[in-house]
Write a protein that binds this ligand. Structure first.
Ligand code: ADP
Ligand code: MG
Length: 323
């Protein structure tokens, strides 16, 4: 059985995950607080997300994948602001200290931390139903962060990658064993790729950005509300996830793609004159990006099919507490 201190020292403060000191991190894990220095001209971007067993992931979810996901979803928020990761803190509640589970969890966390150069700086470890809270910290040039509230009428709306794989996978998580051979399912839900290069590359190009955690229509709706504008989406332009090819008709696939969450792609709104630079920047870093519509004077998100007919969808996206 591992003690709380063994867990922190051997697993969380292991090389490559914690145990760092760099130009920004003066103290990491070990003291009462971590100490960060913020360079002049930069702002600290912070974001927090909690994953609770049986709410955000099923019982017996693979620990290594949970580790990846817990950090990656927070890094996606940094990406959506155009921020560059600095480090993260983590609160872990669990019923028992299962050594194998913790080793796997730490390994998944470490692989994400190393991939995106984002060390674990501190946290809290406590007994309770399994819940993982991560707070990611990042740096962004002062005054340049990509806000939800700055979309402008006439902006083109871009979306990265493809949509719907994660939402489809989420429906099958409970019987994931059945889908295990289909690694696209497991990885599209548990291993989201935060679009950090795209977000930071879009500084000085995009007017507004958000990451798709709750669903395209819901998250673009947040931009509309925050910016006091509307959005028109051309449904035939929506990049459909590969896994939606299997056994779904086009309208079902489209509904999952625009209302399903968990893809962690970015939505960016860009003035027409800067659309070409956004496209070439994304091409340089190999991130697929398509224009799906335009910001308008209206209110809310409107969807149109190839014939120009307006279409509506039952739910805009995921919400924890229905009104
Ligand atoms: P305190 O009682 O002062 O809060 P703790 O015993 O909770 O101290 O933590 C000791 C050190 O270990 C602190 O630096 C804290 O940030 C770190 N720590 C505790 N839990 C975690 C965790 N889950 N992940 C990373 N660091 C942790
Ligand atoms: Mg503590």
């Amino acid at each position: 059985m591992l003690s709380e201190f063994d867990i922190i020292r051997d697993l969380f403060n292991q090389p490559g995950l914690g145990a760092v000191a760099n130009e920004h991190v003066r103290e990491g894990i070990g003291d009462d607080c971590a100490l960060l220095s913020i360079p002049e001209g930069k702002e600290l971007a912070m974001s927090m997300d909690t994953l609770v067993e049986k709410i955000h992931f099923p019982e017996n979810a693979p620990a290594d994948l949970l580790g990846w996901r817990a950090l990656a979803v927070n890094l996606s928020d940094l990406a959506a602001m155009g921020a560059v990761p600095l480090g993260f803190t983590m609160s872990l509640a669990m019923l028992g200290a299962d050594k194998k589970w913790l080793e796997n969890f730490a390994a998944g966390l470490k692989s994400c931390a190393q991939t995106y150069d984002c060390p674990l700086l501190g946290g809290d470890t406590t007994r309770g139903p399994l819940a993982i809270t991560v707070q990611a910290h990042g740096l962004v040039e002062s005054g340049k962060a990509l806000l939800r509230s700055n979309a402008q009428v006439g902006d083109r709306i871009y979306v990265s990658g493809s949509l719907g794989n994660a939402a489809l996978a989420a429906r099958h998580l409970a019987d994931l064993d059945k889908w295990k051979s289909e690694s696209i399912f497991e990885s599209s839900f548990y291993k989201p790729v935060p679009r950090l290069g795209l977000g930071s590359g879009a500084i000085d190009i995009a007017n507004a950005a958000i990451d798709i955690s709750d669903g395209l229509l819901a998250d673009l709706g947040h931009i509309c509300r925050a910016s006091g504008i509307g959005a028109e989406i051309q449904l035939e332009k929506i990049p459909l996830g590969k896994s939606l090819d299997v056994g779904l008709d086009r309208s079902q696939a489209l509904a999952i793609a625009v209302t399903g969450g968990d893809d962690y792609e970015l939505v960016l709104t860009v003035p027409e004159g800067k659309a070409a630079s956004l496209e070439s920047m994304a091409k340089d870093i190999n991130i697929p990006l398509v224009c799906i519509g335009e910001i308008t004077r209206g209110k809310g998100v409107s969807c149109y099919d190839a014939n120009g007919a307006a279409l509506t969808f039952q739910t805009a996206g995921y919400q924890h507490f229905d009104a």
